[in-house]
Design a protein around this ligand. Structure first.
Ligand code: PSV
Ligand code: MN
Length: 424
């Protein structure tokens, strides 16, 4: 879709404007004593996986309005991630959802991905939908189900997902459970928790030693009275009982409004139990909005905890992924914007004077503590993020390049206006 030469030509046309803003920022950062080269490298190396299910148009139960040219098979999904990665040099991994993305030929898929510089991030199981050939139904739960036969099917599915991931070189399984209840009295809470734990124990035993099990939590939806894993405490409880390879995954949309997510991040890292992230933004719940679209300051505060946690704790390496659904925008455009927002938040968090912050905290200088954070947040780091992407061969402005190359129309021309993607 995008040849390197075309990106070079695009960049040449944008370089002088970029250089002007970069020189201004570089000069002011250098004056503050910031070492620019390691910063550019850290930002350039930072890769955020793209979920296979975010490449098609998302919908709600009220409707779906597809863009056309959606990837209808795994090969096309990988090619779309390859296009994003060619443009932003920051999306070098794809996260597969099984059974939507079962590879027919592992070697061919691996070759395609590696030719595009794409790795396989965590694999995701799906026990929230019934599949065409399944004997049982997950209507009333999966890993927590009262029926041992249905639990067995869900456990077996998760083991198969691990097996697919092993073939592709993934290193983690993400489990998100839709299990829960819609009405008071429907569930025995203790029983549901215990059965979930025991099911997860069997899945955990199937993990290769260098794998992680990432456990998501979500307060509501699709169940509206109780979820079996509603919050980080329950996820952490399960992960602690399972063992070192099990960790909690924070999906930004899986919190009730105003939850202090940055505090959750800090504590989980302190306990060496934060496994990964699903980025999105929200105003009300699991809204699946573009990262940074509504609460960029919250995202920055989360990154401040991540930066400190990565420097000061022994928390394991994290899996980074976008998890969003795009009802209105072209999914590829939305993903490019999300990745850019993540990098902007990360860049700002890397600029915080943490020694100064600690000194202010120990003196109870509340105003200084706030100013230190806001000094970094109010810095326009876009030229820094662009410089890190440009250095890796990406486009200075990925979204503009995507439009300039008319990629959506190229996709429609090659795949058709009716081509539909699997997913939500
Ligand atoms: C659930 O809302 C969720 O965030 C989980 O991450 C799933 O894996 C993903 O959506 C798509 O199924
Ligand atoms: Mn998620």
């Amino acid at each position: 879709m995008v040849e390197i030469n075309k990106i070079k030509a695009f960049n040449e046309a944008h370089l002088s404007e970029h250089n002007r803003s970069w020189d201004f920022l570089a000069e002011s950062l250098t004056r503050k004593g910031v070492d620019l080269d390691p910063l550019i490298k850290t930002l350039g190396d930072f890769q955020i996986a793209i979920p296979s299910w975010a490449l098609g148009t998302g919908g709600t139960r009220f409707g779906r309005f597809p863009q056309g040219g959606e990837p209808s098979n795994l090969e096309d999904k990988i090619k779309d991630v390859g296009t994003l990665h060619a443009l932003n040099q920051s999306s070098g991994a794809i996260s597969l959802h099984i059974p939507w993305d079962i590879p027919k030929d592992y070697n061919a898929i691996k070759t395609l991905a590696s030719d595009l510089g794409i790795k396989f991030d965590a694999v995701n199981s799906n026990t929230f939908q019934d599949q065409p050939n399944s004997k049982h139904s997950y209507k009333f739960g999966s890993l927590s189900h009262v029926d041992a036969g249905i639990r067995r099917e869900a456990i077996q599915h998760n083991k198969e997902v691990i097996d697919h991931g092993i073939q592709l070189g993934s290193k983690a399984l993400t489990v998100w459970l839709a299990d829960g209840s819609c009405f008071a009295g429907q569930h025995n809470f203790r029983g549901a928790f215990q059965r979930t734990l025991e099911s997860l124990e069997e899945i955990y035993d199937h993990l290769p030693q260098d794998w992680k099990l990432l456990i998501e939590y979500k307060p509501y939806e699709p169940n509206f009275y109780s979820m079996v894993i509603p919050d980080w405490g329950t996820s952490h409880l399960l992960a602690s009982k399972l063992g070192d390879q099990a960790t909690t995954l924070v999906d930004l949309g899986h919190h009730l409004p105003n939850t202090n997510i940055e505090q959750i991040v800090a504590l989980l890292m302190h306990l060496k139990k934060l496994g990964g992230f699903h980025f999105n933004d929200s105003k009300y719940g699991d809204d699946d909005l573009t990262v940074g679209a509504v609460k960029p300051y919250q995202l920055f505060l989360i990154f401040c905890e991540l930066v400190q946690g990565m420097r000061e704790t022994a928390n394991p390496e994290l899996s980074w992924m976008i998890d969003a659904s795009h009802n209105l925008k072209d999914p590829m455009e939305d993903l490019l914007q999300s990745v850019e927002s993540i990098k902007i938040a990360y860049a700002r968090a890397l600029l915080v004077d943490y020694d100064g912050l600690k000194a202010a905290q120990s003196k109870h200088d509340v105003a200084a503590a706030q100013s230190i954070l806001q000094e970094a947040f109010r810095t326009d780091v876009r030229p820094l993020v662009k410089a890190s992407i440009y250095k890796k061969g990406g486009a200075i402005d990925a979204l503009e390049a995507y439009r300039y190359f008319d990629i959506r129309n190229q996709l429609i021309a090659s795949r058709g206006i009716d081509s539909q993607s699997t997913g939500l």
